[in-house]
Design a protein around this ligand. Structure first.
Ligand SMILES: Cc1cc2nc3c(=O)[nH]c(=O)nc-3n(C[C@H](O)[C@H](O)[C@H](O)COP(=O)(O)OP(=O)(O)OC[C@H]3O[C@@H](n4cnc5c(N)ncnc54)[C@H](O)[C@@H]3O)c2cc1C
Length: 352
């Protein structure tokens, strides 16, 4: 890759932000274009790193490698920007029936699981929160990263250095040849697209592999309840440093837009009231579209004919943990010639 010219990064959500830090560390110049985080999934996410997921309590793919890389990179951003974004918060899981108890007990004896699973946790004051008594277990070594604050503060940092244009990338203004790419009359070594779900409108990479999922979230404030830990019952109640709770999720594969809906809010409030009888107020209701992929693995790599067009996307439901590791992996591929892991190479979706 041509090191004389800058790299243009399209999209300053979590993916673009993490990728740029890998370039920065290597002294490679870059410029961002981002349409002011319009519809950025990163602004809505809880930012959880949850090593044990799902109803069968399975260890997240590659978590032993992803976690240390993520902590190192997010802590570096804390230093750079002078903010706190990393919060170590264990996740209490309610076990409500013999099936859940058996599945938990089976999982917790598997090799490599003990550092993430606690059988007899301190339930803090959740016994007062959860209406129906139940057993609790705990996912250890889990984190909440304030990725929304990260991209907001990093945006300011970039603007201060004049390396971010708040604008919509216009494909009509892009000229591509083998050595350089030209955008809006300026030559770049390459363009790396980190557009989240908007990647579907990208004429070079398009829809390959994507299976987008809309999610929504309520920010809740309880009159007389705060906690350090996160609760995962039927749904998540993820505490923050302000005493509020991120409560959301849901996967909608068919949707008209990325706007919050009354129907989802009513459905979610029923779920909340089935878990807790404590009174609360809704501070905010937001929605966004996750850049999910059919096989739940990221989409990375160069375009097949235009080598200087690159994709970094598909962070799906786990961008907070996958993003740092795979940003580094992509940069090592582009600059050190390391092979891309076949599981994340976007070309796996090209039909032969
Ligand atoms: C409800 C919900 C809960 C979630 N919870 C979690 C969680 O707990 N843990 C977790 O790990 N992940 C979670 N996620 C997923 C997480 O949000 C994503 O994995 C991650 O944020 C994706 O980052 P991204 O940079 O790829 O995309 P985005 O954040 O969407 O960023 C893309 C950026 O590109 C810009 N852009 C796009 N096209 C253009 C263009 N043509 N011109 C200029 N700019 C452009 C957009 O404005 C945006 O700023 C959640 C998502 C949702 C919706």
């Amino acid at each position: 890759m041509n090191r004389e010219k800058k790299i243009l990064i399209v999209g300053q959500g979590l993916a673009g932000t993490l990728l740029s830090q890998q370039l920065y560390k290597r002294g490679i110049e870059f410029h961002f274009i981002d349409n002011a985080h319009q519809a950025a999934s990163t602004k809505v996410a809880a930012g959880l790193i949850n090593p044990i997921t799902g109803r069968r309590y399975i260890k997240s793919w590659l978590i032993d490698e992803l976690l240390p890389e993520a902590l190192e990179q997010y802590q570096a951003f804390e230093k750079l920007l002078g903010i706190q974004i990393v919060y170590q918060k264990n996740i209490l899981r309610t076990l409500r029936n013999p099936k859940q108890i058996n599945l938990w007990d089976d999982a917790s004896t598997r090799p490599g699981y003990t550092s993430y699973m606690e059988e007899h946790p301190d339930a803090e004051n959740f016994e007062k929160f959860v209406a129906d008594p139940c057993r609790y277990a705990e996912v250890k070594n889990s984190y909440r990263i304030n990725i929304s604050l990260l991209i907001e503060q990093y945006q300011k940092w970039l603007l201060g250095k004049d390396i971010l244009s708040l604008d919509t990338f216009d494909f009509e203004k892009l000229l591509v040849n083998n050595q350089v790419v030209e955008y809006n009359g300026v030559e770049y070594a390459s363009v790396i697209f980190c557009q989240g779900h908007a990647s579907l409108q990208n004429p070079f990479f398009g829809e390959l592999g994507f299976q987008l999922a809309k999610g929504q979230v309520l920010t809740l404030k309880f009159d007389d309840f705060t906690s350090q830990k996160i609760l995962r019952d039927d749904i998540f109640f993820a505490s923050d440093h302000k005493g509020q709770f991120w409560c959301g999720g849901g996967y909608y594969w068919a949707f008209e837009d990325d706007k919050p809906t009354k129907e989802w809010r009513a459905e979610w409030e029923e779920k909340i009231k089935a878990i807790t009888k404590l009174p609360y107020t809704i501070v905010e209701h937001k929605a966004a579209i996750r850049p999910c992929v059919l096989d739940r693995k990221p989409l990375l790599g160069r375009h097949t004919t235009h080598e200087n067009l690159v994709l970094f996307n598909g962070l799906g439901t786990k961008g907070t943990s996958l993003g740092p590791y795979f940003a580094k992996h992509l940069i090592e591929h582009l600059f050190d010639g390391k092979n891309l892991m076949s599981e994340v190479d976007w070309r796996r979706y090209i039909k032969p």
